[in-house]
Design a protein around this ligand. Structure first.
Ligand code: SF4
Length: 744
């Protein structure tokens, strides 16, 4: 016999509904993950009535119960005894009291010596709303630090900035996924849901079955691109130029919806002038997309009565990601495809709570409810809910990469102690070898995670945290639907929840009250803190979420139905009009040159997730995707004399990574691709460029310049360099223009 609990997947932003069947007597340490002993683990069962995925799950969701195997978990806090000088000492088991005393004492000491901002907090886009909220409050109130940001900065921050500039509000999708099949033309830019969120693909398939057109923009012919009517195989980093070229054609061919533009937007003239400098042949040169194909896409999108543009990390993870998003929004606005049914711009959010995680205060510049930390009224409101003087709230801190780059640095801007919760920047941050060095330079690194991630391995204190089905909390999916992940099993003995951990640290820092560890109590406080803000959750309760299978924010009152579709009457700007932006093309921060002649782009694969802290511990997923690889075109492989599976060295200005070759004609010949889920020699983020978008502070993960050669050729070159040149034979003289010893 088993007890069933309705919950949601531990991974991506689709937050698929699932049911966990827990054997009576409680979950044991069964063998679903292949290494446990004792009773069986819970079973993942379909939950067909949940509307988003209607029972469908990808392999990650199907194998999620393996994460509950205690054999793969940390079950006791770990402490590192610092040795003398640079000797770091070993991690050893410790009690919770000892570990928490060390953390609180260490934070207090750093704060006393270097100031509050020298203690930093780095959160995660997978944390529940309650944890994200409480972590932001802990930083601002208990630590008094401005130094907080999270790995979601690396995910959707450019889309967030573009959304806020154009519409006055940032929600990933302004409509439910169920609207997608009813639009006539959809352009998906730089996203691959066939691998990142397969159950969502059904919506795109239904769109085509209904006679709609699916257009995919991607440098690779991905599994998603294979299902499209048109695939634009653009250069990495060229999505801004592509959007400008399409807007140019809409204008030139008279496809602008002038009535919509006049009634519901501002700024068209400036955007029009900027687009006119991007004629099709110029855009062909900038993007690699033939002008004829551009004209075809512009005609289809411009003439459709309804249309959508969805972006994902491809165009967003660029040093011009915000302008790129604005350019695609311009296209929607000019053609009247926003603020209307079955039309609009949206972002396919990545992480499980990428949406909610950026709404409630773990972002450097935000307070709960998506309020600006620099807005006096917002500070007043939130301070009242928190019972503190608004003047004591810190101002905006530094963005994720800037924060990581400042770790351990001497001087007033250096961060000396850091709490990392639910994030693994050793694998996921750009220029990862440098970030690893900065983490090592800290006086005190504290990591709370479910397993000994690569970042936890560097820590002075490791705190084993509960996860997913071991605790209750809300998540906000990519549609803005707040869902409830219910606790189905107890955490393993010795493991505690992050809300408890925050409460205990706050107590040790002198805050006996104000940090509850009951998720529903924390959510009720979050509702009050968000009331009246852009992301207003005040009308959402656990009871409603359970009864309604999720509630869409904004929901400003208990009797408000929630808001599945935004902007139908007005945009969320002061005058209700959407804003065009006059953006123009600019190249990537790093273009190919003689030393680094190829472009590298990075991404995800079907069976792994983000930095792999979860999925690399699930045997079924690991055997499907066991390690990194370098994807390259057969023409490039021939030029570099590469055979399938041969080890390749990929080198950028930041470092060198080694992984086997995977030869495929689905990629452009001038571009190579690496997935970013692994640490070690094949870590893709060793190579990536931390050049930041000036507005969103998004690093340029999606394109940098690299050199690729076989490890064999590299070794041969090294051997040649070490071998002294043979002396010239007696009597021989080099011919003019030739080097001694050069082959004739
Ligand atoms: Fe989980 Fe995302 Fe897969 Fe759904 S698509 S099962 S939420 S990983």
């Amino acid at each position: 016999m088993a007890t069933t609990t309705d919950t949601h997947c531990p991974y991506c932003s689709l937050q698929c509904g699932m049911r966990l069947a827990v054997p009576d007597g409680g979950a044991g340490s069964g063998d679903s993950a292949g290494s446990g002993s004792g009773g069986a683990l819970p079973l993942v069962v379909e939950r067909p009535e949940f509307p988003v995925n209607r029972g469908a799950l990808c392999g990650k969701g199907q194998n999620a119960a393996a994460l509950l195997n205690p054999a793969a978990r940390l079950t006791t806090p770990l402490l590192r005894e610092r040795g003398n000088g640079r000797h770091r000492g070993e991690l050893r088991a410790a009690s919770w009291d000892e570990a928490l005393d060390r953390v609180a004492g260490g934070f207090a000491a750093v704060r006393a010596e270097h100031g509050a901002d020298a203690v930093g907090v780095f959160g995660g886009g997978g944390l529940t709303n309650e944890k994200a909220y409480q972590l932001g409050k802990f930083a601002r109130v208990a630590l008094g630090t401005a130094t907080i940001d999270y790995n979601g900065r690396f995910c959707m921050s450019s889309a967030a900035a573009g959304n806020r500039a154009a519409f006055g509000l940032d929600r990933g999708l302004p409509f439910p996924l169920a609207d997608i099949p009813h639009t006539e033309c959809l352009i998906l830019v730089g996203g691959n849901p066939a691998e990142t969120m397969p159950p969502a693909l059904r919506y795109f398939r239904e769109l085509r079955e209904n006679g709609g057109t699916l257009i995919v923009v991607d440098p690779r012919r991905t599994r998603t691109a294979e299902q499209a009517d048109i695939h634009l195989r653009s250069l990495p980093g060229a999505d801004l130029a592509l959007a400008l070229g399409l807007l140019h054609l809409l204008i030139a061919d008279g496809m602008v919806d002038t009535a919509f533009v006049a009634a519901r937007t501002t700024g068209f003239e400036e955007a029009r002038a900027a687009a006119m400098a991007h004629w099709p042949e110029r855009v062909e040169r900038l993007t690699g997309v033939p002008a004829a194909q551009l004209r075809d896409v512009a005609r289809r999108f411009g003439q459709a009565r309804t249309g959508m543009v969805l972006t994902a990390r491809g165009p967003e993870q660029q040093s011009k990601g915000t302008d790129t998003v604005k350019a695609w929004i311009n296209l929607c606005l000019a053609s009247g495809k926003a603020g209307r049914p079955y039309s609009g711009y949206g972002c396919l959010t990545g992480q499980g709570n990428g949406q909610g995680g950026r709404e409630h205060g773990q972002k450097a510049d935000q307070l709960p409810g998506y309020r600006s930390i620099d807005d006096p009224a917002a500070r007043e409101h939130v301070a009242r809910v928190w019972g503190v003087d608004p003047a004591t709230l810190p101002r905006a801190g530094r963005s994720a990469y800037e924060l990581l780059d400042s770790l351990g640095r001497p001087g007033p801007d250096g961060v000396r102690a850091l709490l990392v919760m639910g994030s693994n920047p050793v694998v996921s941050a750009p220029r990862a070898a440098h970030v690893t060095e900065r983490l090592r330079a800290l006086d005190l690194l504290v990591v709370s995670d479910l397993a000994l991630s690569e970042t936890a391995q560097l820590a002075d204190v490791v705190l084993p945290s509960a996860q997913w089905a071991e605790e209750t909390g809300t998540m906000t999916n990519l549609e803005g639907r707040v869902v409830l992940r219910r606790r189905a099993v107890d955490p393993p003995p010795g493991v505690r929840g992050d809300l408890w951990l925050i409460r205990e640290l706050a107590r040790r820092l002198g805050f006996e009250q104000g940090f509850d560890d009951d998720p529903e109590t924390v959510f009720d406080e979050l509702r009050r803190a968000s009331a009246g803000g852009p992301a207003d959750y005040s009308g959402i309760t656990y009871e409603r979420v359970r009864a309604e299978d999720g509630v869409f924010w904004p929901c400003p009152a208990p009797d408000h139905p929630g808001t599945p579709r935004l902007f139908l009457d007005a945009f969320a700007t002061p005058d209700g009009r959407a804003r065009f932006s006059a953006v123009t093309h600019r190249p990537a921060a790093e273009e190919p040159d003689t030393d680094y002649p190829l472009r590298l782009t990075t991404g995800r694969v079907l069976s792994q997730y983000q930095s792999g802290t979860q999925t690399r511990r699930v045997s079924a997923l690991n055997s499907a995707a066991p390690g990194p690889f370098v994807e390259l075109h057969p023409l490039l492989a021939r030029r570099l004399d590469v055979t399938e599976g041969e080890l390749l060295a990929v080198t950028s200005r930041r470092g060198r990574a080694v992984a086997p070759a995977r030869i495929t004609d689905t990629i452009r010949p001038d571009t190579v691709f690496m997935p970013f889920h692994w640490a070690g020699a094949g870590r893709a983020n060793t190579l990536t460029n931390p050049a930041l978008d000036p507005t969103s502070k998004m690093p340029e993960f999606k394109v940098c310049a690299v050199r690729v050669e076989t490890v064999r050729a590299e070794a041969a070159a090294r051997a040649r360099a070490r071998t002294p040149e043979p002396p010239p034979s007696p009597g021989s003289h080099p011919t003019p223009g030739s080097a001694p010893g050069a082959p004739s």
